[in-house]
Design a protein around this ligand. Structure first.
Ligand code: ZN
Length: 464
């Protein structure tokens, strides 16, 4: 029987561990897990959390977040987003995130800023992916990797025909990034996969038809545009012997393309978004459902769930972006002809990731709790060099834990979210079944029964 007291103990839980789900709890001290086992084997805690028989899982790791988007203006935007959006994250059970950084200037001179602003304002630990949005960024890959940023995002070849200030990556630039990725252990090339030419042609046809509903937006970027680009990613990944990650796979054709390259032994992994698992083009969302790539039909959604179950899609993220309702609706309401002009975006994804995975996944028996933990936590940590520090409950891992009541219910309304903009989301009005009751970050009880118990800051930049 252990005698010394530790900082925090969760008891009376069903703990999801890599070797199975056990009855008992988790002991945490100095920010890390120091014991996992039956309640009688655990020491006393300064703080004791009674899980009341509920499930205890590792905190989720969101691999796809956009805090501080450039078009909203640095540096304040990043600072504000770190506070408000990660406040929502801890309420939702997300305890670690990887944020995309995109700017015109070089990244390396600003790395201290990116670390410091997060450490001062975030409620969770975080790492970065750098967007290769300008030619000179490609030369920074070795220095970024040395500083702990090992993932490099390319828009291949999306945005080619827009006025967005992101230079599209064509095969030449992709080759130059991936050939460097191939030389750096743990490095990964990340891709937005939509063929710009096919997309442009289909969007023109949809707009010319005078339609401005969500189906028109979906028709503007067909599944083939995604699959074609994934196939090129596969060729270039094999050619460079590199390692690639396709963000936000949205369609059955996209899944097939990822699987095709995996069968050939090429390192291509696929991520999908909780929004694609929770929403379809049939939802009456207007501009609230404008995401890129688009929401698709239920048939595609079922293909994504199936791909998650059989390990073709191994990662789930959110694409969380904080935009105000007015900014997203262009001040013209939820429905209307401004669909084509409205900015695409998904928010506040980090706070609905776990509730929707529980509601649409676990409670509809589309995914087991163990697989949910893999695709929302463990695999994301592994893919981006954070495992076993993150994504698992095991001795020595960071004490980031979530207690989940799989039967708790709520309705997602304007009071549900704790982010900066709680008034809109793709899941507004939905009833959820399955909610976090406690979130523990670094061994500290951060949220209990909806109440925030910690201050922002003091979290860590995760060099990988
Ligand atoms: Zn994104």
């Amino acid at each position: 029987m252990p005698t010394s007291t530790v900082d925090l103990v969760v008891r009376n839980a069903r703990v999801v561990t890599p070797s199975g789900t056990i009855r008992g709890g988790v002991a945490c001290d100095d920010g890390v897990v120091v014991g996992v086992g039956g309640d009688a084997t655990l020491p006393a805690g300064e703080v004791e959390v009674d899980a009341e028989g509920n499930v205890c899982i590792p905190g989720l790791v969101d691999p796809h977040v956009h805090l501080g988007r450039r078009d909203a203006g640095y540096p304040d935007q990043l600072e504000v987003d770190f506070e408000t959006e990660t406040r929502g994250a801890v309420h939702g059970g997300v305890t670690c995130l990887l944020n995309f950084v995109e700017q015109e200037g070089h990244y390396v001179p600003d790395l201290d800023f990116f670390r410091d602003v997060g450490e001062a304002n975030s409620y969770v630990d975080f790492g970065y992916h750098m967007v290769m949005s300008h030619e000179h960024h490609i030369d920074e890959v070795p220095a970024l990797a040395a500083a702990g940023v090992k993932s490099f995002k390319m828009f291949f070849n999306m945005y080619k025909y827009t006025d967005i200030d992101i230079e599209p990556c064509e095969a030449d630039r992709v080759e130059r990034v991936l050939s460097q990725v191939a030389e750096i252990p743990g490095a990964v090339g990340m891709f937005h996969a939509e063929n710009a030419e096919l997309q442009r042609e289909c969007e023109r046809a949809a707009r010319d038809s005078g339609r401005h509903d969500l189906r028109a937006w979906a028709d503007a970027s067909p599944p083939e545009a995604e699959a074609m680009q994934i196939d090129q990613i596969g060729h270039l990944t094999r050619f460079t012997d590199a390692d690639s990650y396709v963000v936000h796979v949205s369609s059955a054709q996209g899944v097939e393309a990822v699987e095709r390259w995996q069968r050939r032994g090429v390192q291509v992994t696929g991520e999908t978004l909780v929004t694609f698992l929770a929403n379809t083009v049939e939802d009456d969302l207007g501009v609230w459902g404008k995401v890129s790539p688009p929401l698709r039909t239920p048939r595609h959604q079922e293909a994504l769930w199936a791909a998650l179950r059989r390990g073709v899609i191994d990662n789930v993220g959110t694409d969380h972006i904080a935009t105000s309702k007015e900014q997203h609706e262009l001040g013209r309401g939820q429905h209307g002809p401004h669909l084509w002009e409205a900015p695409p975006g998904i928010q506040p994804g980090m706070e609905f990731l776990l509730p929707m995975m529980l509601t649409e996944g676990y409670n509809r028996n589309r995914i087991t709790m163990e697989r949910l933990v893999e695709v929302c936590a463990t695999n994301n940590a592994k893919r981006f060099g954070l495992y076993p520090r993150k994504g698992v409950i095991a001795p020595g891992s960071d004490a980031d834990l979530v207690v989940v009541d799989t039967d708790a219910t709520a309705t997602i309304d304007d009071d549900f979210f704790h982010t900066r903009e709680p008034r809109w989301s793709s899941v507004h009005g939905r009833d959820v079944r399955g909610l976090p009751t406690h979130t523990i970050v670094g061994g500290e009880l951060a949220v209990a029964d909806g109440e925030l118990l910690v201050e922002k800051g003091g979290r860590e930049f995760l060099a990988r």
